[in-house]
Structures are given as C-alpha cells and as structure tokens.
Design a protein. Sequence first.
Length: 551
Amino acid sequence: MEAFKIIYTVLGGLGLFFYGMKNMSEALQSVAGEVVKNTINTITKNRVSAVIVGTIVTVVVQSSSVTTVMVVGFVNAGLMNLTQAIGVIFGANIGTTITGWIISIKIGKYGLLLIGMGIFPLLFGKTNKVRQIGRILFSVGMIFFGLKIMSGAFKPLRSMPEFLDMISYFSEQNYGSYFACIIVGCILTMVVQSSSAMLGITMAMATSGVIEFHTAAALVLGENIGTTITALLASVGANVTAKRAARAHAIFNTLGVITVFSFFPIYVNFIDWIVPGDANLANAAGDFTNIAVHIATGHTIFNVTATIIFIPLLHILANVVIKITPDKGEKEQHHLVMLSDPNTLFPATALAQVEAEVEKMKDIVGRLYSLAGEIFIEDSKKPLSEIMIKAKDYENITDNIQKEVTVFIVKVMEKPLSEMESQKARSLLKEVDELESIADYIEKLICYAERNPIDEILKGEAKSEFVSFYNDVKEFYESVSQQISDKKVDTSVVKRRSEVLRLKAESIRSNHLERISKGEFDALTALTYSDMIVALRKIRSHTQNVAEAYA
C-alpha cells in the first residue's frame, strides 16, 4: 500500500510540474514571441552573437527544446544558415541551465504563494498581457508545488530495502554505474521530451536523499543527450540543412558528455570544491538542502564549458554534419509544413515560416509579371505556347502555396497567441489569398493573348494606353509589396493611388469604345482588349486588399 501511495503521489506531483512547465513556456512565448522572433532574425554570421541570442531566447521561453525546434524551423524555411543555427543551439544549451537555478530555490517554499499571486490576474486581468503574466506566476507556483509533492513522496524510499537494492548498482561510485545513470537519464528524457522536467525529477529525488550527488550529476549528463531527440524528431521531413542542424545538436551534446564522462570523478569533486556545503549532508528535517545548488552548478559548468570549447570548432562541426548528411545532389527546397503538426510549433517560428512562403509566392508573382511583360511590352520572340505553359505552372504553384499556408495558419491560430501574433496570422492569411488572386489574373491576362494576334489587339493609342496602365498597375503592386516588407504601409496613400488607377481603367475602356465605334477594331479583338483592362483593374483591386490586410 505504501508503494501505491508513493506512486500516485509522485505522479500527481509530476503532473502539476509538467502542467506548470507547459503553461509557463506557452505564456512566456505569448508575451515575448515577437521579441524572440525579431531577436533571432537579427542574428549575424558572428558565432558569438548567435550563441548569445540562443542563450537569451532560451532564458525567455524557458525551454531549450522549444528553441532548438524553432531553429530547425527557421533553417527549413531558409531564414537561417547552418552555422547560425549551430551557434544558437550552443546558446540554447547555456540558456536552459537557468531552469536548474530556478528549481534549486528551496523547493515548494514559494509554490502556493506564487499560485495565489498568479490566479487573480490570470482570471480577472483586463488585457491579454496581464493575464499571461498571471499565468506565468501561477505556472511557476505549480512547478514549485509539484516538486514539493514529489520530494515528499520520495522520502519514504530512503528506508525501503527493496528500492535501495534496486538502485544500488546506480549508486556505486564506478564508471559502470556512471554510464548506467547516463543511459537512464538519456532514455527517460527521450520519453518525456523535456530535459527541464527530468532535471526537476532528479532534483526532487536528490533533495529527498533517494540518490546522492554523483548519481544525480550522471543523470543530468544523460538528460543533455536525451533532450536532442526533440530536434531530431522535428527535423523528420525537413530539408537537408534542417536535418544537419538537428544532428549537430546531438553530436555537440554527445561529445560534451563523453568528454566529461572520461574524467567524471574529477568533475564531481570540482563541483564539490567550488560550491559551499556538503552535497550529501542532510539537515535536521532530513532534507538535503545543498544538493540542488550542486546539481544546478554542475549543469551550468558542463554546458558553458562545452560551448566555450566548441565555439572555435563550430565550422568543423558544420563540415562534419554536412559530410554525414549529404544532399545527394538534390535541389534544396524550403517547405512550409515539415515539422509535424503545426500545433506543436512555437507560434513565432510558424509565422516566420509563413512569411518565408509568402516571399516565395511574391517571387512567383514577379515571374508571372515578367512573362506578361515579354508578351505585351517586350514583343518577345519566344513561342506563345511556351510562355503560357510556364504561366500556368506558376499559377498552379501559387494555388498550392495558398492552400498550404491557409491550412497551416488555421492550425496555428488554434494555439494561444498574443494579440500581435493573432493580427499577424490574419494579415498573412489575407495576403496569400489576395496574392493567389493576383496570380490568377496575370495568368488570365497572358492567356488572352491566345485569342487574337497581339499586333491586332494592341496598336496605336490602344497599345500606348494599355502599356501605360500595365506599368502603373505593376508599379503599384511593387510599391505595396515594398511597404509591407518595410512595415510602413500607408493605406490612405494606397487607396488614393488605387482610385486613380480605377478611374484610368474606366477612361481607357471609354476611349476604346470610341475606337470601336469608328471601326478600328472588330468585336472579338475589342472584347479581348476589354478583358485585359478588366484583368489589370482586378489586379489593382487585389493589390489594394493586400495593403489593407496590414492596416
């Protein structure tokens, strides 16, 4: 019966801990998501700055797994190169050590206090930011309270002969036991996919006296290897560069653990030497109050030292993963949906990937404009059929991107997003829809050239008016696209220019009706010309809608 009570108490405490960790990470992402994305987007090729950014981002979101998955997403979307990604991953390993220091605060002492402080802004906050801050406080309280429950549940294990016999092998001070602890820590972290959670469990067991410091230190080393499974899983289905980034993370952590393992007793003694107090000393209440700080110190020393050693070797590590993950001569493509369910992704990462797809879509619209220009402006000697086939292919690509992005964004919007992220998602959703419509009308414009010979459709004043209107509409689209890229959309100016173009289209159609009445054009040619002007007018309208999506 005692064993059953221990099991359900540990599971209950673990549930509270996991719930707190998950909610804290989501709340931090919601509050700081845009800041995190902008921070990562400012990364330079300088390896030190990449490490610093990785550290800061992980401290903010309180999860190295979130950071590494985010990095894999950025790499796959083409927003970050391999060297930058590895640098950020190095920094993520340093940033995750802050979790150990937070947990090492006297476990449970502030749990209920923080829950009490957080519940009121969480339930009654008038703004999303206030509610998320309350959620963070509430979640941290849940983490501490869950750890307190687990720690209390583990205490009876110290006097259970069956349990002590079971873990006796892991408690011995020899390399066989150290290796076994590393393997167990690795496997358990792979199962729960959270090194922070496993670190919390390890600290709870250590502060209860169930395991000694050398056992806890070995478990933590294993947890550093196990945490790489999250990024490896995230890279499944991603492009080659993203796979390389995930594998670099695994190699980096594994090599670091192997290095420390080779002189593990010295490593443990060194931590005992620099941290005051005996790690395995119990107080009057039977709690091992010193061991949590020892574990947090060891975790920090391992990750900081490994990063310092590997920073000069970053390019070597990049070359190694390139060699073991060849691209097999395939042309690299960046795909949007490549990390499994978008609901598992960091919202800032997901939206950054969508932005990358939108840029790809704009590039294709630009190619469609070029094809139209070859027909109507440049009098290209290319066969019309060849241009039309290309135009149809490009239009199909924009259709696919629009469908892909729409499904993706809808899934992302099911997650808790900040007000800024929600607005961004809606804007991107509308933009891809409007861009797809623009691509449709450019493709239609090109197809109209098949009805009649171009020199019969466009001649004299009809040609000069069409060319002028075409150039104006194209310039209008390019101007709006640039304003969106610069985040300086002036909708009042856009509306005025759009209205000027609409009136110009009406004037051109009126002028063409006069030419028809004079017998300068036959009925079919006149209809084709009118359809071409209507297509440009529709493009103008959808371009205005793109700008208004960011109003």
